[in-house]
Design a protein around this ligand. Structure first.
Ligand code: GUN
Length: 306
């Protein structure tokens, strides 16, 4: 608990409660659901504005196979679309689908003017290349930001549609008022979905970025440097208190099932005592990712409309 001043973020009374002590240390649990609710409210306003021009944003998700976790994420994405007024449909293809089947379906969605965004749920069943499938999505409909054109633009510092989890993390940092210029950021995990694009987004904002991964020799040596620590490794409780710099802002992207519990990649109960701000699992980065998908679907719709 903080003994010092406490106030709420200007735009939301509940999503960011920042308590500062005499040392200017933020002491809080980042409420991803409340932040996501703010993004959804703003997105719903933008959807209404488009409706006045006769435009209704449409999102198509494509799910190949019957992965239960993917089915759950797809359900969450569609209920979120319904909350903000985005029309959405889910295309389900069988496990046995070939690359040709999948690309043909994506091309059909590319041609439809009522579909502004296409999301191909990952992972794909064995034998299907996510890269090839992603490349068949029109870059302007690529609401996941995974197409090489969008990834390339991101790397060049000209962000267009960008991956949703990194965008959610940058949004939360901005809401926290964290100055990114010159900040020491450490990312654990170098995936195409989170680690690599997030590194580019932080570099675009002039942070100093280290990216660690499964081959990093001494992980703690790097994580202890982090003012901002983002963990997306898929290893339960990988990050212990001793590995965290006092006052760090910690984002836990992990979603791991341990017994009947969902846990992150950070040993939350102990790390929360040393971090100045930390996302819980569940209820942290996950809801923000979904909210960013909605926002990007509206971004895509707007740029297709002009
Ligand atoms: N699977 C895990 N995360 C993601 C994501 O952000 N987008 C898609 N399409 N699939 C995922």
């Amino acid at each position: 608990m903080c003994a010092g001043r406490s106030w709420s973020c200007a735009r939301s009374s509940h999503s960011i409660r920042i308590c500062r002590d005499r040392h200017d240390v933020i002491d809080m649990i980042i409420d991803g659901k409340a932040l996501a609710a703010d993004v959804e409210a703003e997105t719903a306003r933008r959807v209404k504005k488009l409706a006045q021009k006769g435009i209704l944003p449409g999102l198509a998700t494509v799910l190949v196979g019957e992965n239960p976790a993917s089915q759950m994420y797809i359900r969450l994405k569609h209920s979120a679309c319904a909350r903000v007024g985005i029309r959405s449909e889910n295309v389900v293809l069988p496990d046995s689908s070939t690359e040709v089947d999948l690309i043909a379906k994506i091309q059909e969605l590319n041609r439809r003017p009522d579909i502004n965004g296409i999301l191909l749920q990952l992972p794909l069943p064995k034998g299907l290349s996510p890269q090839k499938a992603m490349m068949s999505i029109l870059p302007e409909k690529d609401v996941d930001g995974f197409h090489p054109v969008n990834m390339g633009a991101l790397l060049l510092g000209a962000e267009r549609l960008v991956p949703c989890t990194p965008r959610g993390i940058i949004f939360a940092l901005e809401r926290l008022g964290k100055k990114l210029e010159g900040a020491e950021a450490v990312i654990v995990g170098h995936s195409n979905v989170v680690g690599k694009p997030l590194a580019a987004m932080l570099l675009n904002r002039n942070a100093t970025v280290q990216v660690c991964h499964v081959f990093t020799r001494d992980l703690a040596e790097h994580t202890k440097d982090a003012e901002i620590l983002i963990v997306a490794a898929g290893v339960p409780a990988l990050i212990k208190k001793e590995m965290v710099r006092p006052g760090a802002i910690v984002f836990d992207v992990g979603i791991n099932r341990v017994g009947d519990k969902t846990v992150g990649d950070v040993d939350f109960d102990n790390v929360k005592d040393i971090a100045s701000a930390i996302t819980p699992v569940p209820g942290g980065v996950g809801p923000l990712t979904v909210a960013m998908l909605l926002s990007q679907t509206v971004n895509a719709t707007e740029s297709q409309a002009w």
